[in-house]
Design a protein around this ligand. Structure first.
Ligand code: PMP
Ligand code: GLU
Length: 392
């Protein structure tokens, strides 16, 4: 059978593959501590579930506007103004099945064959493959742990050219947890506006998970001329622990939003109708769930990062946001005589019964990503297992 070339160009999502493997081993009765998970462990709050049940009972079971129903797009505008200081009209909003589809729509709407997308590395696994699926070319700007995985504006300036169509920003970052503060965003924004046709895609899905009293800022809020060329992507997935509900959205200048809506109208049409009703409730009356999750995850971050830094040959910078510890295992690898992080990930899974994701999937060979969206006792047990299997 001859499949399309574009499929041969990409890999399956490494985070999904690692999580699926851990789940399968668990189903076979193997006791695995799973640090692969890219989702909060908490249940979706009851008030959101009730809103979905009510919507079902009230007959919200039909197609909606493919951009998302108007009251939801109004609620999203309300949220963007309240939380991010951003003013949008409902016709600049497109609601999708998760942030993933919003990103996918954005690339489909913006990338021509050969256009480059500048991605900061380490990066979330799906970005390069999504670009490749659109016949675009991912190009990478390395960020370093000693700089808090933040870009050097001069390096950024040197990497830009007329071939770069999109600059992709992900703060707080998966996998590094790096959070770009307003002064840095201002510097980046200044460079962006100096390039006539450059568009920014800002993936803000971890906005509510920023620690140590730091504040999240969206690059679109820096100045109107930056907002005019930014696609803001967000979702309810992480903020309200709703990964399985599949609800994300994009806010973009109208021509881009229109193009994204056109793409979506020829693929999935609208996100699930009764989930949209539940999303209105969550966005208009979020309550304290996001803040409580943030406090809980800050404690777990410290437990995980301190534990990792106590292991021989492991160094873990303290993430400022999101829920991943991204740790350098290169010394441990060398001491153990293993060739790479994939071998280490397999060793930890089979010998230690701890599931992690290899850093090479994020453009950082020799590193591992460990999610701390996991209960404290499981973090403690996982760290003990890591210590035992690193020595073995
Ligand atoms: N962006 C980043 C940085 C992510 O980590 C994820 C993972 N879920 C997504 C986007 C996709 O989010 P969603 O589940 O809403 O599609
Ligand atoms: N974003 C999460 C992760 O990085 C979920 C899995 C995925 O969509 O890749 O693990």
């Amino acid at each position: 059978m001859r499949l399309a070339d574009r499929v041969q160009r990409i890999k399956p999502s490494a985070t999904i593959a690692a999580a699926t493997k851990a789940r399968q081993l668990r189903a076979q009765g193997v006791d695995i501590i799973d640090f692969t998970v890219g989702e909060p462990d908490l249940d979706t709050p009851d008030f959101i579930k009730s809103a979905a049940v009510e919507a079902l009972q009230n007959g919200f079971t039909k197609y909606t506007d493919p951009r998302g129903m108007l009251p939801l797009r109004e609620a999203i505008c309300h949220k963007l103004a309240r939380d991010n200081g951003l003013t949008y009209n409902p016709d600049e909003i497109v609601v999708s099945c998760g942030a993933k589809q919003a990103l996918y729509n954005a690339f489909q709407a913006l990338i021509n064959p050969g256009d480059q997308v500048l991605i900061f590395s380490p990066y979330w696994v799906s970005y390069p493959d999504m670009v490749l699926l659109c016949d675009g070319e991912p190009v990478f700007a390395r960020t370093e742990p000693k700089m808090g995985f933040k870009p050097d504006p001069d390096q950024l300036r040197n990497l830009l050219s007329s071939r770069v169509k999109v600059l992709l920003i992900n703060s707080p970052c998966n996998p590094t947890g790096s959070v770009w503060d307003r002064p840095l965003l201002e510097k980046v924004a200044e460079i962006v506006v100096s390039w006539r046709d450059l568009i920014v895609i800002s993936d803000e899905v971890y906005e509510s998970l920023v620690y140590d009293g730091k504040e999240f800022a969206s690059i679109a809020s820096i100045a109107p001329e930056v907002k005019e060329r930014t696609v803001v992507v967000n979702a309810l997935s992480k903020t309200f622990s709703m990964t399985g509900w599949r609800l994300g959205y994009a806010a973009a200048p109208k021509p881009i939003a229109d193009a994204m809506a056109k793409v979506q109208s020829q693929s999935t049409t609208n996100p699930t109708s009764f989930v949209q009703q539940a999303a209105i409730r969550a966005l208009l009356e979020p309550g304290f769930f996001p803040q409580e999750m943030r406090k809980l995850y800050q404690k777990r971050r410290d437990q995980m990062v301190n534990g990792l830094n106590n292991l021989d040959g492991v160094h873990c910078p303290r993430p400022e946001g999101a829920f991943y510890a991204f740790a350098d295992f290169r010394c441990a690898l060398q001491e153990m005589g293993l060739s790479d992080d994939i071998e280490l990930m397999d060793h930890l899974l089979t010998k230690g019964r701890v599931a992690t994701v290899a850093g090479s999937a994020f453009g950082a060979p020799g590193w591992l990503r460990l999610s701390f969206a996991v209960r404290e006792e499981l973090i403690a047990e996982g760290l003990t297992r890591l210590q035992n299997s690193l020595g073995s």
